[in-house]
Design a protein around this ligand. Structure first.
Ligand SMILES: C[S@@+](CC[C@H](N)C(=O)[O-])C[C@H]1O[C@@H](n2cnc3c(N)ncnc32)[C@H](O)[C@@H]1O
Length: 234
């Protein structure tokens, strides 16, 4: 199986975004674990696992097949999976196609993740599970508790019409709770509770050196800045 054959919604622009953030951290930040909330069939987790340094751990949390009966999801979310119901078996098979060993797997609601991951132990958290407002609020609070000071959180679907709850939760954290946006793609917003500038400069430099994507001019939001990372030709 080729990586591009794995079903999911993890597009090349975000494959680059994840790789560039994790490589920047590998060069400049202390070691730390990686966490994914919402793993589906493993497309983003596989890439995260490729950037682990010795001694670091990747944890993924997903309800897998239990998501269809879980009462915290809304009907839009359930309909979204259609014939692609997540299964733990598919995740494990896909992951083991690209890695020798599985990550730590927590099968259950992401609201329980703080029982499984130590506070301040993570350098990167991907929030891509439920897209319901209350759940994304809870996942954001967990990310804050679990991340190191320089850690990075990535939100999926922060601007999709079907995911207004995610949008509200993301901007609430930015406007009221000290979360600093760093850069955004069409699908994901990358942010930190630490200093956003060094990472933003690194992403702008990586985009400039590429022949297939670019960053737009910085957009000011209060005293914060954010840039868009986009493919050339769009
Ligand atoms: C959009 S998919 C994740 C996609 C994956 N990150 C990728 O890039 O391929 C969302 C996943 O979150 C899981 N999920 C939804 N709500 C959840 C919850 N409250 N707790 C744990 N997992 C949940 C679903 O089972 C599904 O596998």
């Amino acid at each position: 199986m080729k990586y591009s054959d794995i079903p999911g919604w993890f597009y090349p622009i975000d494959q680059a975004g994840f790789a560039w953030v994790l490589e920047f951290q590998n060069d400049t930040a202390p070691p730390g674990d990686l966490l994914e909330l919402g793993a589906f069939q493993g497309k983003s987790a596989i890439l995260m696992g490729q950037k682990l340094k010795p001694g670091e751990r990747l944890t993924v949390c997903d309800l897998f097949e239990d998501v269809v009966t879980w009462d915290g999801a809304n009907p839009v979310e359930k309909a979204f999976f259609g014939d692609k119901t997540p299964t733990r078996q598919a995740f494990e098979a896909n992951y083991l196609t690209f890695h020798k060993a599985l990550p730590v797997i927590v099968q259950g609601p992401t609201g329980d993740i703080c029982r499984h991951v130590a506070p301040g132990s993570c350098r990167f958290v991907h929030i891509d599970a439920s897209h319901v407002y209350a759940n994304v609020r809870e996942d954001t609070a967990s990310a804050r508790a679990l991340l190191q000071d320089t850690g990075v959180v990535v939100f999926d679907d922060y601007r999709k019409p079907q995911c207004l709850g995610t949008a509200a939760a993301v901007w609430e954290a930015i406007l009221n709770e000290g979360l600093q946006p760093v850069f955004a793609t069409d699908a994901k917003l990358y942010a930190t509770w630490g200093d956003p500038e060094p990472l933003r400069a690194a992403i702008i430099a990586r985009a400039r050196a590429s022949d297939w994507c670019r960053t737009g001019d910085p957009v000011a939001i209060r005293d914060m800045q954010i840039v868009r990372l986009v493919r050339n030709g769009r």
